[in-house]
Design a protein around this ligand. Sequence first.
Ligand code: NCD
Length: 311
Amino acid sequence: MLSCRHIIDIEDLTADDIMSVLDAAESFKEVNERRIKKLPTLRGRTVINLFLEPSTRTRTSFEIAAKRLSADAINFSASTSATVKGESLADTAETLSAMACDLVVVRHKYAGAPRILAEHMDAHVINGGDGMHQHPTQALLDLFTMRERAGRLEGLTVAIVGDIVHSRVAGSLVPALRAVGATPIVVGPPTLMPARPEALGAEVAFSLDEVIGEIDVAYMLRVQMERAEGMPFPSIREYSRLFGMNEVRLARMPAGAFVMHPGPMNRGVEITAGVADSDRSVVLDQVNSGVAVRMAAMYLLLGGEPGGGAA
Ligand code: NCD
């Protein structure tokens, strides 16, 4: 069981909750390696994926997770939802509630939308990404992947590099790292940093080369052109030269240090193809673990005991 009813902000979870999710995910990961990847755990429960912003990997990951736990999973996307007909979020929430669904996963372009839904329904809510605010299950799967690769979380130094100001991934990952005793450093040009970056609770650096030799993980972010007003730097070439992960920087990272990215990657911008495909990149491990972590989150929210259920 978790101490919270919803996973909307990563701060809804205590450090113990985070560890319960990661530990349960270990068992589910093992299930995902079997030929028959299905458990009866959530049979008869209904999960609705309400994705009102473009998404493939996150929606698919939640859908697979729900199905592997035998829940009935129903997808609503922006084009098929009555929200395009002007329905309010509160009305959508009350409608879904009246259908007696148990869990709603919501992605929305406005920060705070998952909280409004949660206030208007009995179901549990998982935030699948809201505007520039939070993306808590991404942070959980990132922690899982770091723990798997590094063998620990406590004491790790993680540089989160690039578009900090528009990034809901950074918004959840910084507090998640702090909760487990790791040290986040946000790195990027001033135009992609919030006005008071120190308020994030991370160390702040404006040069990747300054920190590259001392980090355990380089976590590269996509530049969110769709959220930026105008071009946030003089040219893509210059951005790549100063803040991109390439073979030269990879060679300067400590032995054992590795590279992460939440996807979708812009190869040649924040990461070179050579680094993305190298054995120092754990990008596909993140995607793989994402399913197990989301199974764990759903299972624990809907009343499971940590570590159980996968037997
Ligand atoms: C991220 C998102 O949507 O916030 N992607 C994801 O969920 N894997 C990051 C991004 O879009 O750059």
